[in-house]
Design a protein around this ligand. Sequence first.
Ligand code: ADP
Length: 493
Amino acid sequence: MASILVVDDEKIIRDGCVKILGKEGWAVRTAASGEEGLGLMENEPFDLLLLDLKMPGLSGMDVLQQVKSLHPDLLVLVITGYATVESAVEAMKAGAYDFIPKPFTPDQLRIVVHRALEKGALQREAELLRREREKGLREIADEKSKIKTIIHSMADGVLVTDHEGHVVLHNPAAVKMLRMKTSPVFGQPLQDCLGNGCLVDLVSKIMQVSKEGSSAVSQEVVMGEIALMAHIATVRSEEGEVLGVVTVLRDISMLKAMDRMKSDFVAMVSHELRAPLTSVEQQLSVVLAGIIGEVGERQKEMLGRAKERTHALLTLINDLLDISKIEAGFVVQQKEPTQIPEVLEKVLEVLRHEAESKSISLQLSCIEGLPPVMADRGNMEEVFINLVSNGIKYTSAGGAVHLSARIEGSHLCVEVADNGIGISAEDLPRIFDKFYRVKNVQTRKITGTGLGLPIVKGIVEAHLGSIEVESQPGIGSRFRVYLPLELSAKGKT
Ligand code: ADP
């Protein structure tokens, strides 16, 4: 309910107002002088003041001035005589909302007061909205500056681009890590800021993620001594639309150095172990062959097991040495035009005995006249020995391993297919990881190091080739190695 204060020295006006306005449901208080009115306003809030301008003592104008400074939001309607219209205009200039000339009819009073109260309500609502908006804007600004401060203080580099590859946010760490000459300006194309040759791949990866909307990818960026890991992820709206890409950069140089130290250590230890173990294996062979005296059945059995174990240990050591060579980038010894069918024949020869002892047939079919590939022959033998011996190991007696070679586009494709135990879809993505071995009832008794396939992959990639696998449990596996047919090797035989 609105509350109204009427300040007028004429009792008839005060009583009239109480009657007319009271009927409208409003609470009406009266004061006979300006002083009395100001006193009332001090103690209770009013929504509207009806103020007579012409009063003895404190004039209406004086009251108005005090009200405007003490209660600036209070709406004031001035009551004026005909003769004082000019002062009514003055009063409105001083902050009164409207005026009503004396004498007025009850309807005139009702209309003016209704209008004033409505305006008051609207004003209050507008003020409330303004405050809320101001508060919201302040909160957003606070939040923005908080996020900005956090991003600016991060040790990891942050680079945010819109869907067209324009930089919209970055932090000083990103500028430093990517060795940008100047900080990018808002909206600058990514290519312009990352002109550095070794960053071309990073730029195209970011553009690719943005275009394809892939969820997240990681890419290593090497800049001389410095190695960075870039995690690239799309930023999506609540509706799922791709808005841009956020790239977080982390300096992994230290981790890389530690990894190198670890590899060097493993290589050194393996190297030191290889010579004495080879000697132990040889001596066991000599003893087992009965060259230095007769060996009883029980001794043969135990020495045989010792030799088997020594051999497994030597395989592990050789694999560790191979993988550390690959990791150090020293895998390819000598690239020369290599006839892959010849390599495959040699591989079959080496493994024929192993296959026969398991009753597994080995088959080879190559397209006639295949061109040679530029490759290290020893490396190629190692690749296919690993793949074929896996085929033999993971295929039950009576099965077959089939080797074939053909041309596919600009590559020579060599396939090693078996009809063995196969690999589940769950294990498939991990079989090229170091030391990963599938563990199930069928593989429990098969020995291995889990390094064969990582070595194969490392060698193939060092020859700029690739390897892929298709497999179904219970049906078999197909490993395909793609080697580039380099121009220099084409045509040579
Ligand atoms: P391992 O020394 O264990 O053979 P690899 O790196 O050569 O190590 O292979 C990794 C794993 O992949 C193996 O443990 C095996 O489970 C699976 N695997 C490899 N080749 C085959 C294959 N031809 N058939 C079925 N499983 C295979």
